[in-house]
Structures are given as C-alpha cells and as structure tokens.
Design a protein around this ligand. Structure first.
Ligand code: MG
Length: 367
C-alpha cells in the first residue's frame, strides 16, 4: 500500500471547560488532523500535540513543519504492507514523536479498513472495554477537592488521580484517602520534585496509593530508580518514556513499576505496542494516558489500550467530558466507568467531515 494524498489540517475545537496550562487558560484545543488517502479509502489520524512545549517539546507549529517538509514526503514515497514499515521509514527523522504518531495513525486506519478489521484487532488487542479513570487538577481547597472527587466517583470512574506539586501533596491526598478509604487513588507530580524533596515523597507511602506518577523531571531515570528502592508505592513514568529505548532503560534500572503509555508521546501505535510487550515481559503494568484528544485520537488510544497488558484504568473519558460536539459519530461514551472499544472496520466510528471543515483554521494538501 502507498498513501497517495494527504490533507493536513489544524482545527480549533471548543472545550467545555477551559484547559489550564502553565501559561494560561485555553478555551480552544488546537489539534492537527491527518487525512490520508490510498486505494480509494481514507484513513484518519490526529497529532495530539499541546500548544506550548511544556509537556513535551513539540507544538502545532513544529508538527506542521516536520510533517509538511519531511514525514509526509516520506509517506508519499514509501510502499508498505503494515504501518510498522512506515514507522521504520519515519525513523530517519529524529524525534518529533507526536508528528510521527499522527501520520502513522492514519496509516493504521487505512490498514485496518483494507483488511476489514478494527484498529484494535489490527494491533492484537483483546479487551472489549477499557476501564476509565479520572484526573483532578490542582484544586487548592480541600473541601472543593472532596466535592469534585465525590462527583467523579458517582460518575463511575474506576480510579482517581490527583495532580500534586511541592507543598500540595500529603494533605489533599490524605483528605481524599480518609473520605474515600476504598477508592483506587493515585498522584501525578509531572516532574515537579527534585531529589532534595525525597522525604516529602516518602511520606506519601502511608496513603496506599496505587501509584506515584513522574515525581522527578523526565531525564532523571536514576533518581526514580533510587526513590523506587526506598518506597513501597509503585512509581509510574509518563514524560520519561518517549521511546522503546527509554522503556528498556527504565526497566533495566528499576525506575518504575508502571508506565503511563500514550501512543502520541512515544511516536505512535507501533512503538506503544512494542513498549507494551516489553513491559509485560517484565511484569510492569501499563495503562493509557490521555492528551485531550478528539474522538479520532481517542479511538486510536482505545485500540492500543485494548492490548492485554493494559491492566490499570486509563485516563480516558467520554467525549462529553471535553467537547460540546466531537468530530466522530457516535461520540465516545463511558458507562459505569467503562468505555467500549470500537469494533467496526478501521476507526469503527464515522468521522464528521462537515464539522472538521467548520473547525479548520489551516489546511494543506500533499500529493
Ligand atoms: Mg502524567
């Protein structure tokens, strides 16, 4: 198969509630949508990059540049039998995992459609439903925090994760633990601690957390290994794992017992499946994080999360959690904390091209 035509778009999707970032409130989610045509079929992928380089280094501008100048030209010149071969061809471009993941995703959709199977089947997925967990941001008022957690539990979420940072960690987690003794509770620090604060992190060990996610900055696998040796709470790595190699190193060093595996962050579904296989062979649990994706990106995430080693609840919710209108139909829904993995061929959802057209702020066609 060879991709003959690519339409690359940037869309601006209105969010139900503003997304808080280090530099302000965003009411529109900027996403790149990749539409790839081959053999009379159309495949869709999404570049779930954030608008500023605070989570990873990529932005919509860097992704547009790298796709337009390098990755799309490679795709238009490469014959492949499976998208894994296309992923190998993309390896000549260093890094830029989210740009690669979006284009590779469109190829996975094409590949699954040609074979008349779902994305999940194409990847070897076995789960029919994904357990849904939820993330509570930095709500700096314990009463308001408890109300939010209570609502989320009532909505059926299977795991509560609190964002923490130095000075806002033990007290809020302890309050939630005492109010809801049975709820699976996790904490995510997004790399905001350094090793001088190890005692503050060790204190969290008494709260029976299911995991402590990314306490230290991404490059510091060694500090994570040293902390894991001192605490019983499983450490989870998110930002630290950007490739199969990162995962190999983390496993070798003992830096984590869990990996938050986002296909976009590691360069696509091929790499995500390889990390899944590696983690599984070492008894490391994986689960699927979210990047505030539209339904297109989310369908790809659900397919990856259907692999057998994804044994913990995902940070994936229904479309209605984020969007007034999603760009897929039917929208993705969570019932009793479970999201069904789409079963139809390809994405298994209808892409609302009319809505995408209305939300488009930029487009370019490549042939
Ligand atoms: Mg995280």
């Amino acid at each position: 198969m060879r991709i003959r035509r690519v339409v690359l778009r940037e869309i601006a999707m209105p969010l139900k509630t503003p997304f808080l970032t280090a530099y302000g409130r965003e009411t529109l989610r900027r996403l790149l949508i990749v539409e790839a045509a081959a053999d009379g079929l159309t495949g869709y992928g999404e570049v779930s990059v954030l608008s500023a380089p605070y989570y990873t280094e990529e932005t919509p501008e860097t992704a547009r540049h790298v796709l337009a100048s390098f990755l799309i030209p490679i795709a238009l010149q490469t014959d492949w039998r499976t998208p894994r071969e296309l992923a190998r061809a993309f390896a000549t471009v260093r890094r830029h995992p989210m740009a690669k993941a979006g284009l590779e995703a469109a190829a996975w959709d094409l590949h699954a459609q040609v074979h008349g199977i779902s994305l999940a089947q194409a990847l070897g997925g076995t789960r029919t439903h994904i357990e849904s967990g939820t993330v509570v941001g930095l709500v700096r008022d314990v009463d308001a925090l408890l109300r939010t957690v209570e609502q989320r539990i009532a909505q059926g979420y299977r795991r509560i994760k609190l964002k923490i940072e130095p000075g806002w960690d033990y007290e809020p987690l302890k309050a939630v633990r005492e109010a809801f003794p049975q709820v699976p509770l996790a904490a995510d620090a997004n790399g905001s601690y350094d090793v001088s604060r190890t005692d503050e992190l060790k204190r969290l060990d008494s709260l029976s957390l299911t995991m402590l996610e990314q306490p230290f900055p991404p490059p510091d696998l060694l500090a994570h290994a040293q902390l894991q040796a001192k605490i019983a709470t499983p450490l989870c790595l998110d930002e630290s794992i950007e490739s199969v190699h990162d995962a190999q190193l983390a496993v070798h060093l003992g830096s984590c017992r869990t990996i938050n595996l986002k296909p976009a962050r590691v360069g696509g579904s091929t790499a995500a499946a390889a990390i899944h296989d590696l983690a599984r062979s070492h008894g490391i649990a994986v689960w699927c994080g979210g990047m505030l994706e539209s339904g297109i990106g989310r369908a790809h995430c659900l397919a990856v999360a259907s692999l057998p080693g994804f044994s913990l609840p995902a940070d994936l919710s229904g479309s209605d959690q984020y969007w007034q209108e999603d760009i897929v139909e039917p929208p993705i829904t969570a019932r009793d904390g479970l999201i069904a993995v789409p079963r139809g061929a390809g994405l298994g959802l209808r892409v609302r091209t009319d809505l995408i057209e209305r939300l488009t702020v930029w487009r370019q066609v490549f042939e």
